[in-house]
Design a protein around this ligand. Structure first.
Ligand code: ZN
Length: 388
């Protein structure tokens, strides 16, 4: 099997097996370590979407890829929304237009391709909804079975989507972390692969393509700020790795944008750590929020996220549910784009960064529109549903 990478632990640097999802020595998060020469042809001459960047992805030998046409999402400029907040050039990268309606499809495509190459038959995942739907879809496409542990409070539309895609849905009462614990316990039994988006290095590797597309569209120095709703941080860390990898492979001067993480006030461990200057997240008291997709009390990649915030000169900001709902409605009314509350949280965060003078009118800002509005529609004629 030819491979262009190894897996190593981000904490103790121990090498891991390609079937591991975390470090066996210390329990740390694994990441891809590239081996061999940089690929000469970094982009496929033809085609669109995520697999256009196949030479830059962790190769899985000669195995066939699993794809539903993910990636290649449009970048839409939202001048009217931006003007309300005294901003100029704000672009929404519509990850909501991926096959299952969220950015998670980038990770699931790479992970499912990897799993099939390894001969794995069954995927286990825990999710508040979007990652579950992605894993379910790509498992179905790959001919694998999937079991998804979801918080009982997850939006009905998300749970129904996962079930329709053929996965077994196991609702778990209690906080989001309880679903993760149940999934880890299940993954420990038999020949199953824990396809955890908050842990899995192949999942995060797929997210690098989000950065590649932005670099190709806007140039290597074209973005001042990248605003991302951040819970587990798979997109946050994956996109950062993408900018760095592009720079390493091409030898060009890629300017990494300032990475801005947005959380909800109800669950903001990264904001707490950032404001206190900590290297890792402190224990927090969690309150339910409309942004269930970023409700992660102890993100496994917290140290990496905090390091990226400081390296890029970014900030972490927390927003209230009322701000999230207001910006969701404003975007829909002014620009005709409906996003789920977790995605709209990024806009609420950007509005706050503009008010605080962190982001200025003359700067170019890209916002990750991570999930579609139909994922969490909310009751007719009122504010979106609360997850619990
Ligand atoms: Zn380790």
């Amino acid at each position: 099997m030819t491979a262009n990478h190894r897996l190593i632990c981000t904490l103790c640097r121990e090498e891991a097996d390609r079937t591991d999802w975390r470090c066996r020595a210390c329990g740390g998060v694994l990441q891809i370590a590239w081996t061999g020469p940089a690929p000469a042809g970094r982009i496929a001459a033809h085609g669109r979407g995520l697999w256009r960047y196949r030479p830059l992805l962790p190769l899985m030998g000669s195995g066939e890829i699993v794809t539903l046409g993910e990636g290649g999402t449009p970048l839409v400029w939202i001048e009217r929304w931006a003007a309300v907040h005294q901003l100029g050039r704000v672009g929404l990268k519509l990850e909501s237009l991926n096959p299952t309606g969220s950015f998670k499809d980038r990770g699931a495509a790479v992970l499912a391709s990897h799993a099939r190459a390894l001969g794995i038959e069954r995927l286990i995942e825990d999710s508040s909804g979007n990652a579950g739907a992605s894993i379910a879809a790509y498992a179905a496409r790959a001919g694998l079975t999937a079991v998804i542990f979801v918080p009982a409070s997850a939006p009905t539309a998300k749970r129904a989507q996962i079930a329709r895609l053929g996965a077994e849905v196991v609702p778990i009462a209690g906080p989001r972390a309880a679903a993760a614990e149940a999934a880890v316990a299940a993954a420990g039994r038999g020949a199953v692969y824990y396809a955890a988006h908050n842990w899995n290095p192949y999942f995060a590797a797929g997210m690098a393509t989000f950065a590649y597309e932005l670099i190709e569209e806007l140039g290597e120095t074209g973005i001042d700020h990248l605003v991302i709703p951040t819970g587990g941080g798979s997109l946050f860390v994956g996109a950062y790795d993408g900018f760095v990898r592009w720079r390493d492979v091409t030898g060009t001067t890629v300017r990494v944008p300032r990475f801005q993480a947005v959380q909800s006030v109800g669950c903001a461990p990264l904001v707490a750590a950032f404001q206190r200057g900590l290297d890792d997240v402190p224990p927090i008291v969690r309150h339910p929020t409309v942004a269930g997709g970023i409700e992660i009390e102890r993100p496994p990649r917290s140290r990496l996220i905090l390091s990226i915030l400081r390296t890029t000169g970014g900030t972490a900001v927390a927003v209230e549910d009322a701000e999230i709902i207001a910006e969701r409605e404003r975007l829909a009314e002014l620009e005709g784009i409906d996003l789920e509350p977790t995605a709209a949280a990024a806009l609420a965060g950007l509005a706050r960064l503009a008010r605080d003078g962190v982001v200025r009118r003359e700067e170019t800002v890209i916002v990750a529109a991570t999930g579609a509005g139909w994922k969490d529609p909310g009751p007719l004629g009122s504010s979106p549903s609360r997850p619990e």
